[in-house]
Ligand binder design. Structure first.
Ligand code: PGA
Length: 250
């Protein structure tokens, strides 16, 4: 399986800025091995078209950070799977902890979003992870398994083969406090085992990934890549992550 390294730009970069940053990422990657690493960039919706244009001559895939599960209609402000597919989006992050926390997305919403994405040929990257309260209460395993099962409920084997899962401990996101690799491996193997049919699905680690710690995650048996926030806004540092993923595969 290819490693998968995904840049989650979150609510950063105007379309104008995104054009520059995606070009810089493409240039930085030109000298790296990308044959065994799939690279995707998830800009804000408003920058999808600009990024699509600037990565058109590269192997970088376009990703979105969210979608709404309804097909179309009176849902002011929302963006459908068909709209993303039409823009050339390949991957879409669903269930990011920031969406769960600030926009009150439930496990049921995440399931519907994953299903809507698959119905339109998009590949969902399902994000799961425990909060620091859940970790302190000793409920990490139950929470992460429940999130994974809820998100994937009702999917056929062939659909499961299209997804990726990102284990992102919420307390590690944007905090500089990355998860101990051994603990990440323990939870990622639990996630993979939580639903039959996930043995060949990429499981990514996310949460304060940097060039200094990424090799220790890529060395884990159940880690197939990274979902990267802060570091992905620096083209050179992000390209280093791609190199590290390549080296881990070599
Ligand atoms: P971070 O974000 O790399 O800035 O911790 C990761 C994510 O939220 O996907």
């Amino acid at each position: 399986m290819n490693a998968l390294v995904v840049a989650n730009w979150k609510m950063n970069e105007t379309a104008t800025e995104a054009r520059v940053l995606s070009r810089a990422v493409a240039d930085a990657l030109r000298t790296r091995w990308t044959r065994d690493v799939t690279v995707a960039i998830a800009p804000p919706f408003t920058a999808l078209a600009a990024v699509r244009e600037s990565i058109a001559d590269t192997a970088i895939a376009l990703a979105a950070q969210n979608l709404y599960f309804e097909e179309k209609g009176a849902y002011t402000g929302e963006v459908s799977a068909a709209m993303l597919a039409d823009l050339g989006v390949v991957y879409v992050i669903v269930g990011h902890s920031e969406r769960r926390r600030y926009f009150h997305e439930t496990d049921a919403d995440v399931r519907r979003k994953a299903a809507a994405a698959l119905a339109h040929g998009l590949r969902p990257i399902v994000a799961v992870g425990e909060t620091s309260d859940e970790r302190d209460a000793g409920t990490t395993d139950g929470r992460v398994v429940a999130q994974t099962r809820a998100a994937l409920e009702g999917l056929q084997r062939a659909q499961l083969a299209q997804i990726a899962i990102a284990y992102e401990p919420v307390w590690a996101i944007g905090t500089g406090r990355s998860c101990e690799p051994a603990e990440a491996q323990r939870v990622m193997s639990l996630v993979r085992a939580s639903v039959p049919g996930l043995s060949d699905v990429p499981v990514l680690y996310g949460g304060s990934v940097t060039p200094a710690n990424f090799a220790s995650y890529m060395a884990l048996p159940d880690c197939n890549g990274g979902l990267v926030g802060g570091t992905s806004l620096d083209a050179q540092a992000f390209a280093q992550l791609v190199s590290i993923a390549h080296e881990a595969r070599a």
